[in-house]
Design a protein around this ligand. Structure first.
Ligand SMILES: [Ca+2]
Ligand SMILES: [Ca+2]
Ligand SMILES: [Ca+2]
Ligand SMILES: [Ca+2]
Length: 261
């Protein structure tokens, strides 16, 4: 009887220890999850801008990753792992951008990501590392991502570089995303480049003829390349940036960038 009692006590003890162990593991790494509107914004943006079966072309398509989207539209990327939580309280550890995409795409109206464990590190678009300690920090990161400094963050701005051409029209190769369109090859995509052809004249000013404000359809030399993408808009052999009053033609002198001489 004594032996049976001993076995019973040992069993209970082992069970209790195991339970404790298990409970400890299921407590999400003892990390404090915080409700984050910024995270909801980002996760929703990823979901909305990622390709789906019904919408194969999107801002993030043709091989562009979540990191590309985050870099261009929020000016940072996560340094993984990060721990996120769903609105039902369950948590998930994210180890790379592919996992983040999966989680974002899987969100529904009833089950969605809405919490994150602070602090975590991010890599800013300029390469620096920043620690995000709380929701205020997090919100500051995405709202300070404002290429044209007009007070509207890139993710909310329909014309990121304020060159009068909407972001979605700066998709020159029309593959569904403006991320890979960089006409002058300077590493800054057209939708965030205020001088798309790098001729020294801002895109917004390459409206020489009718001054109607519509830069996109201005093609002074009718060579099929609009002025803002043409480094020699009047095809006179002199780059626009150096073009001033050399040939006596008042029309093409406007290509010197001043727009009024
Ligand atoms: Ca802006
Ligand atoms: Ca633009
Ligand atoms: Ca560029
Ligand atoms: Ca230009």
């Amino acid at each position: 009887m004594k032996t049976i009692n001993l076995i019973l006590i040992l069993s209970i003890l082992t069970f209790s220890l195991n339970s404790c162990k298990k409970n400890k593991v299921t407590t999400p790494d003892e990390k404090q999850m915080t409700h984050s509107e910024t995270l909801i914004t980002i996760a929703t943006y990823i979901k909305d801008n990622s390709p789906t079966a019904n919408k194969p072309s999107s801002r993030m398509s043709n091989g562009f990753s979540v990191d590309d989207l985050l870099n261009y539209d929020f000016c940072f990327t996560f340094l993984y792992p990060i721990t996120l939580s769903y609105n039902n309280g369950t948590t998930v550890e994210i180890n790379d951008s592919a996992e983040l995409l999966q989680v974002a795409q899987g969100m529904t109206q009833n089950l969605y990501i809405n919490g994150i464990s602070f602090p975590f590190d991010v890599q800013m678009a300029d390469g620096s590392i920043q620690t995000v300690n709380n929701e205020t920090d997090f919100s500051t990161v995405i709202h300070s991502c404002d290429t044209d400094n007009d007070g509207t963050a890139n993710y909310q701005d329909t014309d990121d570089d304020n060159d009068t051409i909407p972001d979605n029209q700066e998709d020159i190769n029309q593959n569904g995303t403006p991320i890979d369109d960089d006409s002058d090859g300077d590493g800054t995509p057209n939708y965030q480049d205020a001088d798309d052809d790098n001729d020294g004249i801002p895109t917004a000013d390459e409206n020489y003829d009718d001054q109607n404000g519509n830069v996109a359809n201005e093609d002074s030399d009718n060579d099929g390349t609009p002025n803002y993408l043409d480094t020699d808009s009047d095809n006179d052999g002199t780059p626009d940036g150096q073009d001033n009053d050399a040939n006596g033609d008042g029309e093409d002198d406007n290509n010197n960038g001043s727009g009024d001489d």
